[in-house]
Every structure is written in C-alpha cells, then in structure tokens.
Design a protein around this ligand. Structure first.
Ligand code: ADP
Length: 448
C-alpha cells in the first residue's frame, strides 16, 4: 500500500464507484418517473373516452377499436385484463355486465390516477435527491483527490526541487527529512545518496587538488634556488670573469641564459597562481592614482618595447584615484602589455585606455595591432597553460599562465577580464574594476 500509483488508483476508483452508483439511482428514478407520467396520461385519456362513450358502448364497433389500442399499453397488466373483459362483454351484447364493468373500470382508473400522482411526486423527489448526491459525491471526491495529490505528490516534489536548488547553489545541508517509502520517497532517497556521493567526490577532488598545488609549490620553490644560481653562474661566465670564451660558447651560454630566464618566469608564475588560488594572498586595497600606475607600467616595459620596435602610448584619461591592490593591478596591466608587445609587428603601436562605463565600472583596455586571436581561442587563452594554437597563432614560447594569473587577480577585485579581437586586425584586452570607488563611499560613510 506504499505506492502513490496504487493509492491514486484506489481513490479514483472509489470516487468513480460512488458517482456511478448515485448516477444509476438517479437515472432509474427518472425512468420510473417518466413511465408513471405516461401511464397517468394514458389513464386520463382512457377515462375520458370511457365516460364519453358510456351510453353507446355496447355494439359500437369504432369505439371498440379505438379503446382496444390501449390494451397493450396499460400497466400493471390487471388494468389491461379489466379493459379486455369490458370489451368482451360489450361485444357479446351483455348490456348489464357491460355497464357494471364500465363503472368499475372508470372507478379503478380514477383510483389509479390518484395513486400515480402521489407516486410521481415521490419519484420526482427521489430523482432530485440522488442527482444532488451524485454531484455532491463528485465534488467531495475531487476535493479529496486534490488534497491527496497536494500532500503526497506536489509537496514532496517542491521539497525535492528546493533541495536540488540548494545543492546547485552550494547550500546543501545534511538535514534531510526521512523520505517515505513511496515512489517520491525513493526518488528523494536516491537524490540524497547522489548528493552525498557528489559531495564526497568533490572533497576527494579538493584534497587531490590541494596535494597537486602543494607539490607544484614545493617543487617550484625547490627549483627556483638552483635555477637562480645557474643563471648567476652563466651571467658571470659571459661577463668574462672566469676567462675569455669564444663566440660559439657565448652563443650557447646565451641560449642557456634565455631558457633559464624562461624557466624562472614559469616557476614564478606557477607560485603566483598557486598563492592566488589557495586564497593565501588576499588583495590589500588602497587608494592609488591610476594615471601613475599606467605610467609606471609603461616605463617598466619600455626596454622590451624598444627591443621589439613597438610604440607604447597611454590615451589621455581623467585623473582617477582608485581603490585597488596596486601591485596586483600593475601585474595584470604588465601581463597584458607584455603580451601586446610580444604579439605586435615591428613598428606597431600599443595603446592603454581607461574609461568609466555606463555601469559606473572602471574599464582598462590594452589595444594592439598584432595578428589578433581566432574566436574559438578567445575564451580558452584565459585558462592555465593554454595558448592560441590555430594557423594564425603559431605557438610562441611562453608559459601560458600570464592571462590565467591576470584573470584570477581581476576576479579577486570582483571584476571581469576579456578580449575583443578579429584575426588580422589586432586585439583589445580589457578588464573591469567594479568596486573602484565604492570603498571610498563606504569609508566616507564610516568616517561620518
Ligand atoms: P603566454 O603569453 O606566456 O603564452 P598568456 O596566458 O599570457 O601566456 O597568453 C596565452 C596565449 O594567448 C598566448 O600564448 C597567445 O596565444 C594568446 N595571446 C595573448 N595575448 C595576445 C595578444 N595580444 N595578441 C595575440 N595573441 C595573444
């Protein structure tokens, strides 16, 4: 009896059964009422004819014929029998018997009419009574059905939907009501088991991810120290302190130095990202001039730009005091600028532009005239170790971590980062700082 389907079936059968029962009673009452009314009309008709023909009855052939037609219609059969006997007596010319039977028949028919009128009023009441009962039982049945569906189906479904929604939005608590043993209860139990499995898998993944991050941090940290001394040694050898070296050896040492630099950069990026992801390095916002931050970033990359023969420009912008973690925003801007320089053609121009958009967010853009990025790569390049690799973007030596770090830093500030680009028409990387001035308002309020 623990199945909603079965309970629904029983409830609906009970409602249908009660309704059919009352409907049958109503119909039979109505059919009887109709038959009695017909008999009453027949009786009135017959009585009228009998009274009209009282004196010419014996031997009147036409009258006999008309009255004979009533015989098969009369009910109960005793009435037909009496009528038949009357006609028989009249036919045989027995005048006194005919008269006697005639009087008895008329009297009986009057009696029948009186009785039938009472019967009709009783049958009318009976039909109305059972008709109302039929409607009432239907309404009660529908209300019961509605209550049952609400409590047994809709409410548990709503509960389950709420739990699923909570789960979706990371608000899943372990406070389950004990699920029933019907279909919905089983569904709830399955969902609970599923949710617990997902949660335990997620915890396992988090532990694994933590172990991986720890391993990367430790390995990177351990690699950085020997790499720094390798780089120092190579620099010393190239400076000639340990004796003169020939051109070929210098070339080889140059390659070794560049690759060591690249490795050190990669290790620094990995360590940075690990720190940001572990939320160990939460941003330290302070009021700082955006203009000076842009100027300093451009100056620090001037050497790289000159080497690549690329011009660096900052478009005129209003003097803005911005609430931000200055070092991190500078790191974001430097990453975007160094990419723009790296991917610009000789003689190209890289422009920094700042504005406040119509949602009152501060938007910083870095535009270049490089080869652009294919649409299918535009989202992927912000993921770790991902580079644009289509035909237009042959793989360039890099760590594939610069944009992932920039993204993480911008998100720490509550902002967005993205790119607008068409292959062959350059790229515009942008990031937003939505809370650049809210803190100042909060601070002012606090001060007030
Ligand atoms: P890296 O530059 O070290 O490879 P990034 O995360 O900074 O790593 O960049 C990821 C990839 O995005 C780059 O390898 C390049 O394919 C693409 N990219 C980034 N900036 C630009 C740009 N300004 N123009 C064209 N492609 C770019």
């Amino acid at each position: 009896m623990n199945s909603i389907k079965l309970k629904l079936f029983l409830l609906m059968s009970a409602i249908a059964g009660a309704n059919i029962f009352f409907a049958i009673l109503t119909y039979s009452g109505f059919a009887e009422f109709r038959e009695q009314r017909r008999q009453l009309e027949l009786s009135r008709d017959l009585t009228q004819r009998l009274i009209q023909s009282e004196n010419q009855f014996a031997g009147a052939i036409n009258i006999h014929k008309e009255i004979r037609n009533y015989i098969p219609l009369l009910h109960p059969p005793r009435r037909s029998e009496e009528l038949e006997k009357l006609l028989m007596a009249a036919q045989k010319g027995r005048v006194s018997e005919t008269r006697e039977r005639h009087q008895v028949l008329v009297k009986n028919e009057f009696e029948f009419q009186r009785h039938t009128r009472d019967q009709l009023s009783y049958l009318e009441d009976k039909t109305v009574y059972f008709g109302l009962l039929c409607i009432f039982s239907l309404l009660v049945g529908l209300v019961l059905l509605q209550i049952y569906i609400n409590t047994a189906v809709l409410r548990p479904l709503r509960d389950l939907a709420r739990k699923m929604n909570d789960f979706l939005h990371d608000r899943y608590t372990y406070q389950f009501s004990v699920p029933g043993s019907d279909e919905l209860g089983r569904m709830q139990a399955t969902f609970n088991a599923l949710a617990q499995r997902v949660i335990s898998n997620m915890e396992q993944l988090r532990t694994l991810d933590q172990a991986k991050s720890d391993f990367l941090s430790i390995a990177s940290h351990e690699l950085r120290t020997p790499l720094t001394s390798i780089k120092g040694s190579i620099s010393l050898m190239r400076s000639g302190i340990v004796g003169t070296i020939n051109e070929m050896a210098d070339n080889l040492l140059n390659i070794a130095e560049q690759e060591t630099d690249r490795l050190i950069r990669l290790i620094n990026d990995i360590l940075d990202l690990a720190k940001i992801e572990a939320q160990r390095a939460s941003p330290q916002p302070e009021w700082s001039s955006m203009n000076s931050l842009v100027t300093i970033s451009l100056q620090s990359l001037k050497g790289l730009a000159d080497q690549a023969e690329v011009k660096l420009l900052a478009e005129a912008m209003p003097p803005l005091e911005v609430n931000m973690d200055r070092d991190r925003i500078q790191q974001v801007l430097t990453n975007l600028l160094s990419n723009a320089i790296k991917f610009s053609p000789k003689g190209g121009c890289v422009i920094v532009h700042c504005e406040i958009n119509n949602q009152h967010q501060l938007v910083i853009e870095v535009r270049d005239q490089g080869r652009g990025i294919d649409p299918q790569d535009q989202e992927a390049i912000f993921e770790k170790f991902r580079q644009a690799t289509s035909a237009n973007n042959p793989l360039v030596k890099g760590t594939g971590l610069g944009l992932a770090i920039a993204k993480a830093l911008v998100e720490q500030h509550g902002g967005d980062i993205g790119v607008r680009s068409f292959p062959g028409e350059g790229s515009t990387f942008y990031f937003t700082l939505p809370e650049w001035r809210y803190s100042s308002i909060k601070n002012l309020e606090a001060a007030a």
